[in-house]
Design a protein around this ligand. Sequence first.
Ligand SMILES: NC(=O)C1=CN([C@@H]2O[C@H](COP(=O)(O)OP(=O)(O)OC[C@H]3O[C@@H](n4cnc5c(N)ncnc54)[C@H](OP(=O)(O)O)[C@@H]3O)[C@@H](O)[C@H]2O)C=CC1
Ligand SMILES: O=C1O[C@H](COP(=O)(O)O)[C@@H](O)[C@H](O)[C@H]1O
Length: 517
Amino acid sequence: MTNTHNDLTIAANACFLIFGATGDLARRKLFPALYSLYREGKLEEDFAVVGIARRARTNEEFREDLYQSIQEFCRYKADRDDQWERFAQHFEYKSLDSSNVLGFHELRELTNQLDVKFNIPGNRLFYLALGPELFGSVSQNLRSGGLLDSPGWHRLIIEKPFGYDLKSAETLNAQIHEVFKEDEIYRIDHYLGKEMVQNIEAIRFANAFFEPLWNNKHIANIQITLSETVGVEERGGYYDKSGALRDMGQNHMLQMVTMIAMEPPSRMLPEDIRDEKVKVLRSLRGYSSSEEVRNHVIRGQYSHGSHKGKDLPAYREEDSVNPSSTTETYFAAKVYVDNFRWAGVPFYVRTGKRLPVKTTEIVVEFKNVPENVYFAKKSVLQPNLLVIRVNPMEGIFIKINTKRSGSESVIIPIAMEFCQSCEIGHNTPEAYERLINDAARGDSTYFTRWDEVALAWSFVDRIAKAWSEDASDLHHYPAGSWGPDQANNLLADDGFKWWPVNGQDEDDVIWISNKQG
Ligand SMILES: NC(=O)C1=CN([C@@H]2O[C@H](COP(=O)(O)OP(=O)(O)OC[C@H]3O[C@@H](n4cnc5c(N)ncnc54)[C@H](OP(=O)(O)O)[C@@H]3O)[C@@H](O)[C@H]2O)C=CC1
Ligand SMILES: O=C1O[C@H](COP(=O)(O)O)[C@@H](O)[C@H](O)[C@H]1O
């Protein structure tokens, strides 16, 4: 296997045009990412950023918003010193309505001037941090307004959701393709920018003791949990139309399944990796009938509850949510990848809002040794686990069995943990930081290609269709709980259980960890 990922140290030399520059995503993620890249030398002095939105802002006001966003959300804090002044002078604001081509000619003039001012060879990175209804028209306006006439490369980063279902995604894709070629389109799935999701490749392909066991002969099941403590916050309007399956399942969840299940690519090149991911998506067993869906997918919606003593409203009481909504805020599914490697191995996946803990974790449960011939009378052997902790804690642990020291044959489980975030602390780049840097360097490995998106929608659409026909299987769970009990039966029916996240509640396990305290 050849590793041909681009050199991470190359600095971007481009004009970034951020559409939606006064919005939540820009403030919480994009500006902090750009500042971190600057502090780390991945942006040098030959770049410019134009923030675009409708509301009026002077450049000074925009730079003040930028400063506040960095103070609040960036892993580096800024001082109002020369370095800050140098950084801020790369930012300009342009007020325009993106759905209308009128302002785009002026935008082109502005970017041409910035090219000269900052010695940029016409490279353009367009970031659409806008509502999805604007993605198509903005792409068209970029062309009509002459923004694609500059020398250099032109790339489009597009936010999720990429469509609402396969049909709408196809329409959107066709609109964008009228303007941009596939290799110029960078569809964001920010989970692919997370350190430990990217680390899956290394864990699998750089370790002699994992890859030979990475198949249905040795793996009993895979569990992926994306749990959130938050509710829908200010996004009730969007979320009530989307639900957990579209919001997290179609993208982040299935992307993690592909990273775990894909075959080793022949080279670590974007297209080779994406080809392997597509094969996994093609192998997903589709559930079509209502009965199949009910047997394999559990959905839930949070009702009134509490978390850490705080009273929490029901989903139906949240702002901009239909009071009789049947939108799921939770789903758990048993997924099969029907190929030679994974035949018969269930992938149990679950995600939900208002669960007890914020965590993203992947558990690989290995099959037991053939027979517990030696220790059965005294000990119950626990399965070996490999646990990849993605979020918020980053790291891995493995759980193995060993003889209790001094005993004759008492077997005890030991968890050996490497807490990566404990080692490097705030130096872990944020997902958006990596992804913006990758797009600026032309590395599309951790962005989703159209065929991945389309296949993921095909899988999700069937479930969504069955659900839309009959909502009687929507279970209500108290906010602050682990979701509907029915999700436990998915595993119990196969003789498994959800492993506690973060290794919590496992009193009998001895931990060996680099964590302090
Ligand atoms: N926020 C988040 O954490 C995440 C967001 N996303 C996606 O990112 C995108 C942006 O989300 P978010 O920042 O939360 O949304 P916001 O509603 O906070 O921001 C929307 C932005 O778009 C601008 N805008 C809206 N209409 C126009 C228009 N016609 N012309 C120019 N600018 C316009 C708004 O500014 P103004 O009103 O001044 O025009 C504002 O800057 C969405 O697609 C969302 O789904 C994806 C994952 C996470
Ligand atoms: O894309 C989304 O992701 C967030 C969770 O992201 P994380 O990085 O904090 O785990 C989720 O809250 C949101 O609903 C969804 O749109």
